[in-house]
Design a binder for this molecule. Sequence first.
Ligand SMILES: Nc1ncnc2c1ncn2[C@@H]1O[C@H](COP(=O)(O)OP(=O)(O)O)[C@@H](O)[C@H]1O
Ligand SMILES: [Mg+2]
Length: 441
Amino acid sequence: MGGVPTLVLILLMATGAADPLATGLGLLATIIAALLLAWTWTGTLAGLEADLRAAAEGRPAPPRAPLLPVAAGVAESATRLARSLAAREALVARLRRADAAIIEALPDPLLVLAEDRRPLRANAAARRFFGTGTGTGTADTAAFLRHPRIAGAVDRALAEGTAQSAEVMLPVPVSRDLSTQIIPLDPPLADGGRLLVVLADRTQARATERMRADFVTNASHELRTPLASIIGFVETLRGPAAGDPEASTRFLAIIAEQAERMRRLIEDLLGLSRIEVTEHQAPEGEARLDSLARDEAEAMAPILASRNVTLSLDLAPATAVPADPSQLAQVLRNLLENAVRHGREGGTVTLSIRALTAPEGGLPPGVILRVSDDGPGIAREHIPRLTERFYRVDSGRARSAGGTGLGLAIVKHIVSHHRGQLLIESEPGHGAVMRVWLPGR
Ligand SMILES: Nc1ncnc2c1ncn2[C@@H]1O[C@H](COP(=O)(O)OP(=O)(O)O)[C@@H](O)[C@H]1O
Ligand SMILES: [Mg+2]
């Protein structure tokens, strides 16, 4: 700065082309001006540097003398640029946190895999599913990802760049039916996630499907047996036994009995589906259990007589609330019928009803109905399965006793609909005791 004029002045002086005094003064003035200018610019540049550094670090500019207008403009633009970059960075961080939170909160187990198939992240549901508190590298996760069908679907998803699905059965620790979706991510997530693995546990749904299918098979089978017998006897009556009054009477009785069995089965099937329909609405109204019991006991007279069973009643006032009286009448009917049909011929059945005013034997206050018999009872291993549809301890015997195999399934449904409890106890050889606790007073 000032170098060129100085050189010219020195040249002029050296060649003697100008007055040495004037040239000397000019030289001095030029040098002083150059130094002043340099000093101002150095200060401005230092200030600008400080401002830019402050902007980059997100600090306010340090206080100092004002800059030259050009430098001040540069500093201000830089500050603005730094501010908008910081805002964008905060936004990106927020979005990343949001996507992590969404993945974490999704109800289905979800894994994020890297390009090399290493699990990078597992959400809360996946950590629960694979039985681990934190982290992704558990043995179960690794075993799952090694499953040939999952590994194959992962390969295809990476190679083709399209979502793949795979159905697998995991045998340990409990057998589980999984439906898995593998979704490639293009572009990858910020943490390098290349694949989303979403699991849906279909165990419950499959079990329900199987149960429905079994139920239809069982129901059809139960209906087909009496129907085949009716068709057979009708043929006989039309053919070989035609004109034989004695055979006709006998066969017609069998036909009537089989038709009655079909009627009962259809009644029970319809009853079961009616209860299933209302399963999710709580019952309204209330039921005087002792008077319901008296009515049902009276209606039992014919079957009591047919098995020569004595029914002993021990009824204290008790009201179930909230309750559906017709459903509770059905509970009484099914339990009494079982005690008579599966109990001892010529035995005694006891029905007692009372209100529990204080907790008793692990049961809260409410009402309790109890049906006991002095028959053969039920072996311990069968008790948990008695409420399954069509489950019978001795199917031949139970069928000939006139049961449909649905009685206790219906009782259990009604009791759980009333938020009650069904308790079955039996000591083989000493009869069975069925107790139903219901909310009430
Ligand atoms: N009081 C009882 N004593 C002995 N066994 C019983 C008694 N109640 C029920 N059971 C057994 O439970 C099975 C299921 O009962 P339930 O569902 O009512 O069907 P069922 O139509 O055969 O009576 C019966 O087949 C019978 O084996
Ligand atoms: Mg029954």
